[in-house]
Design a protein around this ligand. Structure first.
Ligand code: M6R
Length: 609
């Protein structure tokens, strides 16, 4: 997704902008640019490609020299990645950077063309720049306000007016934007990591608020242009947390951070050996009343919801429906007053998940957000909120966010089951104690399985297609394993319920289709083993991720490679079983020469539909 930065202060602005953009690379992008006031003129340098291409271009043309500017990494939506379509975009007196989508840009463009305006790019952003210029009356705030009233869609904008060389303006609707502050300087950014190298203090810009940044500070007005006071926040991440800390990639660093992430997430929510979600606004009395639960999310977060469904239904006996947010929001879903809708999201800004949350609220359902990014839109708009405390997740492929989403799902399921009286206090204490052991169990798996997975990954490097199979919780988990592999290795893969194979999919099996089977659930292991034998006899190479107990009972030759993980509480096994699947995906990507942190065509935070 696009990344916005802006700076006003005493430092070399071009330098600050490019440094800050580096910290937003994880969002995914295909071009980059900056615009800086240089001797009273706005100088723009932009290019298709990566920040290294921009650095090269800045060397060639000479970097703008000044102290006020805006910068951008673009993830193409309107118009192909090209120099011309890259941001910043300008009108005669205005230059802007934009994140989001302007839904009515065609009408606005037609209007502006009818007024004699000429467009250079195919972007919706240039329409906003031209409209600002068209409306400009020498008063920036009034102009921005009028233009905002004409825009439909989502946007975060960094704006410079030629007449005001000492300031940057910022505004947002839907798309996130923060304003960082330090002594004698101010910043704008799409996300906190961009500014951490300069300051930890920031404001969250709310919908339709306009910020004016000068070197002396920032002021805010609402959509009626009334001055407003805002709460200053302090990021509890440090630079090191947002950096690679010695690992070659964020993905493997974040895999290794999982024990700590689980610990941090569950610890404050356990009191006297029982789950305690009071601080999240959740009470047993309220929980008791819900008749149905719908979990809505996208991608990895949705897969965490799949595990949640098995666990909640098993323990609390409440029916759970798991829905993909982009499907939920465009159906007429059956949710209402008796229902709880849980939205899971790492970023808290995923456009479809946010829309699903709003739809659920409008239908009278109570909403609970399980979110990692503090102060994000989903976190703020949901009725109840549980933060996953995974820290910043930079790699596009989600790992530690997933494992903390699972941890929260367990805590929630335990709490709900207590409320519904389907779980005794003694049994709940036993499960909580098992959950508290999971950080160590994950640590053990990382330490003992990484080398093996690394080796197995060398065998997958030339596969064109792969199948993941499992039953019950192992099936839910395999969905995540499959997504992880395909997003970073670009090998096609599917996750299948093992028992469903013979209803069609088994026809795909031959000696060119490796099968990864997950077998951690004792009651269905014999069935899964039968499915493994079926695919093995059709030529498939088998990689089996199973508990040590299961491995001991295996006949020789059933699996080509076995990754053993320690047996623990079966309901909690997805927490440990996902780890080898993540590591396999990571090393397969490395072996294929891919950058696992920035998979092609993907963005970390999908803030457009
Ligand atoms: O920020 P969110 O959790 O709402 O993002 C949802 C998906 O885009 C995300 O989980 C995606 O599938 C992962 N990056 C995949 O690893």
């Amino acid at each position: 997704m696009c990344g916005i930065v802006g700076y006003v202060g005493a430092k070399d602005c071009s330098e600050v902008l490019v440094n800050a953009l580096t910290k937003l690379e994880y969002r995914g992008y295909d071009s980059a640019g900056i615009a800086v006031f240089d001797d009273g003129e706005i100088r723009t340098v932009k290019t298709k490609g990566k920040l290294d291409d921009l650095r090269q271009k800045l060397k060639e043309v000479g970097k703008p020299s000044g102290h006020v500017g805006i910068g951008h990494t673009r993830w193409a939506t309107h118009g192909e990645p090209s120099d011309i379509n890259s941001h910043p975009h300008s009108g005669a007196r205005v230059t802007i950077v934009h994140n989001g989508i302007i839904e009515n840009y065609i009408e606005l463009k037609e209007f502006l063309i009818s007024k004699g305006r000429v467009f250079l790019s195919e972007t919706d952003t240039e329409v906003v720049a031209q409209l600002l210029d068209y409306e400009y009356d020498g008063k920036p705030l009034e102009t921005i306000d009028r233009v905002m009233a004409e825009l439909k869609g989502s946007f975060a904008l960094g704006i410079m007016f030629k007449d005001f060389p000492d300031r940057v303006f910022a505004v947002r609707r839907e798309s996130p934007l923060i304003v960082g502050v330090a002594e004698g300087e101010c910043f704008i950014a799409s996300d906190v990591p961009a500014i951490l190298q300069y300051t930890r203090d920031y404001y969250l810009l709310e919908h339709d608020e306009i910020a004016t940044l000068t070197k002396d500070g920032v002021s805010f007005v609402d959509e009626r242009l009334q001055p407003i006071e805002k709460e200053l926040k302090t990021a509890d991440w440090d630079m090191e947390a947002a950096e690679k800390g010695g690992y070659p990639h964020f993905m493997i660093k974040e895999i290794h951070e999982q024990p700590e992430a689980i610990r941090t997430t569950i610890l404050p929510r356990i009191k006297d050996g029982l789950p305690c979600l009071d601080e999240c606004g959740i009470t047993l009395e309220e929980l008791k009343e819900f008749k149905n639960i719908t979990i809505v999310a996208c991608g990895t977060a949705m897969h965490a919801g799949m595990v949640g469904k098995y666990v909640i239904e098993d323990l609390a006996r409440v029916p759970v429906n798991v829905d993909i947010a982009s499907e939920f929001r465009y159906r007429n879903p059956i949710v209402g007053r008796d229902d709880l809708v849980i939205i899971i999201s790492q970023s808290g800004e995923t456009a479809d998940s946010l829309a699903a949350l709003r739809l659920a609220k409008s239908k009278g359902a109570t909403t609970l957000a399980i979110v990692n990014a503090k102060g994000s839109s989903i976190a703020r708009e949901a009725d109840m909120l549980i933060y996953t405390l995974a820290g910043p997740e930079i790699a596009v492929a989600s790992t530690k966010a997933y494992i903390t989403q699972l941890s929260v799902m367990y805590l929630f399921a335990f709490e709900l089951a207590l409320a519904k009286e389907t779980l005794s206090v003694a049994e709940c204490k036993r499960l909580i104690s098992a959950l508290q052991k999971m950080p160590d169990a994950v640590q053990y798996v990382i330490e003992n399985c990484e080398e093996k997975c690394k080796y197995i990954a060398t065998k997958l490097v030339s596969a064109e297609s792969l199948l993941y199979i499992g039953r019950g919780l192992d099936y839910a988990l395999s969905m995540e394993g499959s997504l992880k592999l395909k997003e970073v290795s670009y090998i096609h893969s599917e996750s299948y319920a093992a028992g469903e194979l013979k209803h069609g999919t088994i026809s795909l099996i031959n000696d060119e289709m490796p099968v990864i089977s997950v077998a951690t659930q004792t009651d269905v292991i014999p069935k899964t083993i039968s499915n493994i034998v079926e695919v093995k006899s059709r030529g498939a190479e088998i990689i089996l991720v199973c508990t040590d107990a299961c491995a001991r009972g295996l006949k020789d030759g059933i699996a080509d490679y076995v990754v053993e993980i320690p047996h623990s509480e079966e309901l909690l096994m997805p927490i440990t079983a996902v780890v080898p699947l993540q590591i396999l995906a990571y090393y397969t990507a490395i072996n294929r020469g891919n950058d696992p942190d920035k998979p092609r065509n993907l963005a970390k935070s999908v803030t457009v539909e």
